[in-house]
Ligand binder design. Structure first.
Ligand code: ZN
Ligand code: ZN
Length: 335
């Protein structure tokens, strides 16, 4: 595919999309029903429907019975841990293998022309972003994921929380399934904004931001406190009527969904003239500039608080003016 039909490449070889990013027409006044209907298919396909399908497959075929889940036991807990680790290995690993190891599409649609393997740094274990990120993913990300899953399933099996069935609340379940990625992003915005407070950033969030040029393994590479906060969005299933299948889908949105923001490519090429949109650019800009795009644009929070960067020159100028004001304020305080 000719990526220059879709964007531009600068002198360093970094590629950027020509079209500015758009926020979802969800929280706009007056409501925009036509735009909403046009936006909806891209919201559902391919990623969220894939996560729902994985969640359903896990629930029907790869989760112990409610009878087993009733009592916490090392056997089924470690089974879920291994199951989730394998899932991450296969899903994240396939993307890493295709795009970063075999480099099937070279730097086509790649925001940063460099590959992390070419940039050893002392901030990482063994000076390697890939090894460091993979250790943190399997050593912390997947265990936290599993811990929240174990807690949710154990609560379900013991009747703790307003669990229900699709047959009893079909409309609510469809609405809830559609709302879960929005809730995830809202929750992520809140905890993410919190850990960008300088003292918390230096203590916690710097770990994730060590990967300035993120790749799939960066997705769940976090400080344990960030992991603890990140996965807590799934606790909503103990407050609102839900079903374990929706919980497992939600954990896919939170876990496997994290890879979408860190792919580093705008499209995955699927042939000579076909490509799949990744929606990774908003979060890539966050890794590049730190104080923009705390969320991905499904919620309107970045726009509301003036931190939305859509990739355009105007957004860049707005961000630079904001940084200049901040520096001037700090200088004034220090003088
Ligand atoms: Zn990130
Ligand atoms: Zn951040």
């Amino acid at each position: 595919m000719d990526d220059l039909k879709f964007g531009t490449r600068d002198k360093r070889g970094d590629w950027k999309p020509a079209k500015p990013l758009e926020t979802a027409p969800l929280f706009v006044l007056p409501p925009q029903p036509v735009r909403l209907l046009q936006w909806l298919p891209g919201y559902i396909f391919p990623w969220n429907i894939l996560f729902l399908a994985i969640g359903a497959a896990l629930w029907f075929w790869l989760t112990p019975s409610a009878e087993t889940l009733k009592t916490l036991a090392p056997g089924w807990v470690s089974y879920l841990l291994v199951r989730n680790a394998l899932l991450v290995l296969i899903f994240f690993g396939a993307l890493e293998l295709r795009l970063y190891v075999k480099r099937r599409q070279g730097t086509h649609f790649k925001y940063n022309a460099k590959f992390p393997a070419e940039q050893p740094s002392d901030v990482f274990y063994f000076k390697s972003q890939n090894i460091d990120n993979a250790i943190r993913t399997f050593g912390l990300g997947v265990p936290f994921w599993t811990a929240y899953e174990v807690f949710g399933l154990w609560a379900y099996a013991n009747g703790i929380g307003p669990w229900s069935t699709f047959a009893a609340h079909p409309i609510w379940f469809v609405v809830f399934a559609l709302a879960i990625p929005v809730w995830h992003e809202f929750h992520f915005y809140c905890i993410h904004r919190l850990i960008h407070v300088p003292v918390l950033y230096k203590w916690i969030h710097y770990v994730h931001h060590n990967s300035v040029n993120p790749s799939p393994w960066s997705s769940l590479s976090m400080h344990p406190v960030e992991s603890f906060l990140y996965w807590s969005d799934s606790l909503i299933h103990l407050i609102l009527p839900s079903h374990p299948l929706l919980l497992l889908y939600h954990l896919q949105v939170t876990g496997s969904g994290a890879v979408i923001g860190h792919i580093g490519f705008d499209k995955i090429e699927l042939g000579n003239d076909q490509g799949m949109d990744t929606h990774a650019y908003a979060h890539y800009l966050h890794h590049k500039y730190f104080e923009v795009n705390y969320a991905d644009g499904t919620t309107a929070l970045d726009k509301l608080f003036g931190t939305w960067h859509d990739g355009s020159k105007e957004a860049q100028a707005r961000m630079e003016a904001r940084y200049a004001r901040k520096v001037a304020q700090l200088n004034q305080q220090n003088s």
